[in-house]
Design a binder for this molecule. Structure first.
Ligand SMILES: [Zn+2]
Ligand SMILES: [Zn+2]
Length: 440
């Protein structure tokens, strides 16, 4: 392996193999015998003991070395830090330990000019990615560099972590990055095809899940790279037929997560994840409609999002669409509706630019401003109501599937008819909601 070369000694060799397999006792003994060993690095790649420990997830050794005041930002031959290696190999506990020890998250290697965030995204280690992002929020990076700038940091070829995650088919990382302010329309420099957006790269990789995430975040299907190609063309070229169908600019527009609305940033986690699931579900139904009659019908979804509400028991059908069950309660008025309807109220893939005032979602029942949304808590009643509920859910799903038109979002059309209903002056509801008009 090269340990036998000029400056390598048997102690070095012993240390590096003990570090690699996490033999803390041996490492301790060797370092007691010769404390300068801690500063040695392997001849051929200049990995220090800390690099090797981090890459192999040997967190006890990492802790021990840090306690011996080893610099957490040592560099190997490619100017990579132990933190980069831990992120590359998905060693979460080592990532945590190194960050705790003050490792710099904003170091660039000499290989690709990448940071630890790039590597976590590239290799799809979403847990490490989250850890680095949360460190970035609180560290000096946020104040000196800016958090948003860090999330969108470019490597030597102009690729952001989002580009890499999309190219490597890492939907979970794509989601986390978007959620943390990654720019969905960023263009690469030389990476991939010059001028590629994350959507181009997901199209090239043929990742339906990444494409779904990016589209739900408002990625532009007509964005052109430097050679004038749109993602649709790229998907065709790489023979990703199902991706191409979704990316075809003339197919129905997907629903877009209403990130522009201020209240969404204040959403509690529970409500947010329910709405995110609902949005993806609605988009998948839309996909199935688009794909009907093509060779790709229907696209398999394997994420099991439909199972998430099966434990709910006693509840009411949404008064707006009279189809889905009430899952969301508006604070403070307490009015309830289903997740589809609340999304329909907030989703605007094409915001109305003629009005200057930002459109705030209003409760359709009392027209008060929606401050916060709560997921309705149901009491579990295993014996009696559960079966009832399940059949209700199945029934409502079926009816929705049957009645869905090719491009209409059922709940949205339900809201429209609700709008008409209010226009007729139903005593129950305050007045016509401006929101509903804009959404048409
Ligand atoms: Zn509803
Ligand atoms: Zn209300």
């Amino acid at each position: 392996m090269g340990q036998g070369l000029s400056c390598g000694t048997s102690d070095d060799h012993g240390l590096f193999s003990a570090v690699q397999c996490g033999d803390v006792e041996t490492v301790k003994t060797l370092l007691e015998r010769n404390s300068s060993l801690v500063h040695r690095s392997r001849v051929y790649d200049r990995q220090s003991a800390l690099h090797i420990a981090a890459a192999n997830g040997q967190v006890e050794v990492v802790s021990m070395l840090i306690d011996q005041s080893v610099n957490p930002d040592l560099l190997n031959r490619y100017k990579q830090t132990p933190l980069m290696l831990a992120a590359m190999h998905g060693k979460l506990s080592c990532v945590q330990k190194l960050i705790e020890a003050g490792a710099n998250i904003l170091m660039f290697d000499s290989l690709n000019g990448r940071t630890c965030l790039h590597y976590a995204a590239y290799y799809g280690h979403s847990d490490c990615l989250k850890e680095i992002l949360s460190a970035a929020r609180t560290s000096h990076v946020a104040s000196s560099w800016g958090y948003a700038r860090f999330v969108n940091v470019k490597d030597g070829k102009g690729a952001t972590p989002l580009h890499l995650a999309a190219r490597q088919r890492r939907p979970e990382c794509v989601h986390i990055l978007l959620d943390n302010g990654a720019l969905v329309y960023a263009s690469t420099g030389e990476y991939g095809f010059p001028g590629s957006s994350p959507l181009h790269l997901a199209a090239r990789a043929g990742s339906l899940d990444c494409i779904r995430e990016l589209l739900a975040w408002g990625a532009d299907r007509s964005h052109r790279d430097d050679s004038g190609r749109i993602p649709f063309t790229v998907a065709l070229r790489y023979k990703h037929g199902a991706c191409a169908v979704l990316l075809n600019p003339s197919s129905a527009e997907p629903l877009v997560w209403p990130s522009s609305l201020k209240f969404v940033s204040e959403l509690n986690e529970e409500a947010k994840s329910l709405l995110e699931r609902t949005l993806m579900e609605a988009n998948k139904e839309r996909e199935n409609n688009i794909l009907k009659g093509t060779a790709y019908s229907p696209i398999n979804s394997d994420d099991g999002m439909d199972d998430n509400i099966s434990e709910v028991s006693d509840t009411e059908v949404c008064c707006i669409c009279i189809d889905q069950l009430c899952m969301i309660q508006v604070q403070d008025c307490g009015h309830q509706m289903c997740a589809h309807c609340i999304l329909a109220l907030c989703c605007h893939s094409k915001p109305n630019t003629s009005t200057t005032s930002p459109t705030e979602p209003l409760c359709p029942f009392c027209r008060s401003r929606i401050v916060q949304l709560q997921v309705i808590k149901f009491e579990k009643d295993e014996d009696t109501n559960h079966d009832n509920y399940s059949s209700k859910i199945r029934k409502s799903r079926r009816s929705r599937n049957l009645s869905e038109g090719s491009s209409s979002f059922k709940s949205l059309s339900a809201v429209r008819s609700f709008g008409k209903m209010t226009g007729r002056g139903s005593g129950r509801i305050a007045a016509e909601n401006e929101y509903i008009d804009k959404s048409q």
